[in-house]
Design a binder for this molecule. Sequence first.
Ligand SMILES: Nc1ncnc2c1ncn2[C@@H]1O[C@H](COP(=O)(O)OP(=O)(O)O)[C@@H](O)[C@H]1O
Ligand SMILES: O=C(O)C1=C[C@@H](OP(=O)(O)O)[C@@H](O)[C@H](O)C1
Ligand SMILES: [Mg+2]
Length: 166
Amino acid sequence: MQGIFLVGFMGTGKTTIGTALGERWGLPVYDTDEEIIKKEGISINEIFKRNGEDYFRKLETQILKNVPVKNCIITTGGGVILKKENREYLKSIGKVIMLNASVEEILKRVETDHTRPLLVGDKREKIVNLYKDRFELYIETASIIIETTGKTVNQICEEIEQGLLN
Ligand SMILES: Nc1ncnc2c1ncn2[C@@H]1O[C@H](COP(=O)(O)OP(=O)(O)O)[C@@H](O)[C@H]1O
Ligand SMILES: O=C(O)C1=C[C@@H](OP(=O)(O)O)[C@@H](O)[C@H](O)C1
Ligand SMILES: [Mg+2]
């Protein structure tokens, strides 16, 4: 089986759904953020603080291109689609699934979480602006789009399974 990649905005549930799919299908799951944290030995917040976003993006591309793909599920960080190089790689190497959610739903899910350096300050404003810049890039990269607002993890996994059959 070719690799299954989950892309989408922060808080759309990529890490959660990828983990659930891994359990359902008995496949290994690689989360690019977790691989970056393992490699650097510090949190994403700390990487942004010490080395800046550009450094993080370089690591992200490196990790993306080096995680196993065949018979694996790969969950990405929300900004992976910013680089054309990454979008092309994703499209060429696996099946790309976009998770989507409304701004209100994302806000609810990330409200009390302080692990995302790009959502510091006015979270709603940050989400609206970043999503506006990125939306088309997710759409361009993915071949399956799944709406997650108001759905359970199980429902979303079932929709993904259905989407892969079509
Ligand atoms: N379908 C869902 N319904 C409600 N909460 C969800 C759902 N999917 C994920 N979450 C919650 O939203 C938060 C962000 O999920 P996460 O998987 O980290 O998203 P991402 O990796 O896309 O940033 C977590 O607290 C998670 O438990
Ligand atoms: O959208 C982004 O630019 C980011 C998303 C995060 O991952 P999640 O989408 O899993 O939250 C993480 O990679 C980093 O904080 C930057
Ligand atoms: Mg994640």
